[in-house]
Design a protein around this ligand. Structure first.
Ligand code: HEM
Ligand SMILES: *[C@@H]1O[C@H](CO)[C@@H](O)[C@H](O)[C@H]1NC(C)=O
Ligand SMILES: *[C@@H]1O[C@H](CO)[C@@H](O)[C@H](O)[C@H]1NC(C)=O
Ligand SMILES: *[C@@H]1O[C@H](CO)[C@@H](O)[C@H](O)[C@H]1NC(C)=O
Length: 260
């Protein structure tokens, strides 16, 4: 698989954040959190993430998205020093998730506000949206972009979307399209190129390049991929430290989906 090695540098660190080990250390996140308590942790995680991503490249997207959702709700190049030691929340609240997470039909000011509430600025929001260079979205999340939006849309792109996403719910709700049609399994800056050519899949993607304040950031990331890489890495680190629980705070879940 051509992108295999590429994936490894990006996504291994993400998964590392998700691991839970039974040690309590009263300090902040550090890159060497598990060095003493579980020296094999990172190699083990790396192996299992590689296996998972090579069996299905979308697993990489799912891990990145999971990290985003975890950071928002509670709690150089394309790899970065991941600071470890996040613990799990003692609660799990779907209403809180709905309130805190941005939606695919958000306009630009809603996106900027939503990220600002988490301490992230507009530039960091644009960089982090670059995660949509991988992964897929369901028709139910982009129907509005096709039938109910004043945003520019490339006609051929629109046809390819409407072909699988009929106007009336729940028809085709679960049908998938890549968020980055050009290189759906590759972490690159084509997401931003798509926006400039009116091929953003979600409303929340296209509003980043729609004659408003973030246009210049998108153009910069098109022209200068390393600026995107650099900003993405630092914004991911910052996102990883939102409302973090360490030391004795929070818990370590033995079943990730259950708050006990
Ligand atoms: C800017 C605000 C954002 C909005 C409104 C948004 C919204 C969405 C929506 C609606 C989907 C499709 C979900 C589905 O159909 O089930 C999606 C997918 C995804 N999002 Fe975002 N997202 C945002 C930012 C982010 C950030 C910051 C990250 C990671 C750092 C991220 C990572 C992903 C990934 C990887 C997928 C694909 C998952 C898959 O293949 O199933 N998104 N996003
Ligand atoms: C943890 O981080 C906070 C904020 O950056 C800092 O004020 C504090 O001194 C740090 N604590 C330790 C134990 O490093
Ligand atoms: C964005 O959406 C919010 C909520 O629907 C609305 O109040 C606001 O006027 C919209 N802003 C723009 C610039 O469209
Ligand atoms: C996209 O194509 C569909 C189907 O032809 C059409 O109904 C819709 O108006 C088009 N959307 C835009 C924004 O042009």
């Amino acid at each position: 698989m051509g992108n295999y090695k590429y994936m490894e540098t990006i996504f291994v660190p993400i998964f590392i954040l998700l691991v839970s080990l039974n040690y309590v250390m009263p300090c902040n996140l550090t890159t060497n959190f598990y060095d003493k308590t579980c020296p094999k942790a990172l190699a083990t995680i790396k192996r299992s993430v590689l296996a998972s991503v090579s069996s299905n490249p979308r697993n990489a997207a799912l891990l990145v998205r999971l990290h985003f959702h975890d950071c928002f709700v509670q709690l150089g190049g394309k790899s970065w020093p991941v600071r470890l030691g996040r613990r799990d929340s003692t609660t799990s609240n779907p209403d809180e998730a709905n309130r805190d997470l941005p939606r695919g039909n958000f306009n630009l000011s809603q996106l900027i506000d939503n990220f600002r509430r988490k301490g992230l600025n507009a530039r960091e929001m644009v960089a982090l949206s670059g995660s949509h260079t991988i992964g897929q979205a369901r028709c139910v999340t982009f129907r509005g972009r096709i039938y109910n939006s004043a945003l520019n849309i490339d006609p051929a792109f629109n046809s390819s979307l409407s072909a699988i996403c009929p106007p009336t719910a729940p028809n085709g709700d679960g049908n998938l399209r890549p968020l980055d049609l050009q290189t759906p399994n590759r972490f690159d800056n084509n997401y931003f190129r798509n926006l400039v050519s009116s091929r953003g899949l979600l409303i929340s993607d296209q509003v980043l390049f729609n004659g408003d304040s973030t246009d210049s950031i998108v153009t910069e990331y098109v022209q200068n991929p390393s600026a995107f890489d650099k900003d993405f890495a630092s914004a991911m680190i910052k996102m990883g430290e939102i409302d973090v629980l360490t030391g004795d705070a929070g818990i370590i879940r033995s079943l990730c989906s259950r708050a006990s």
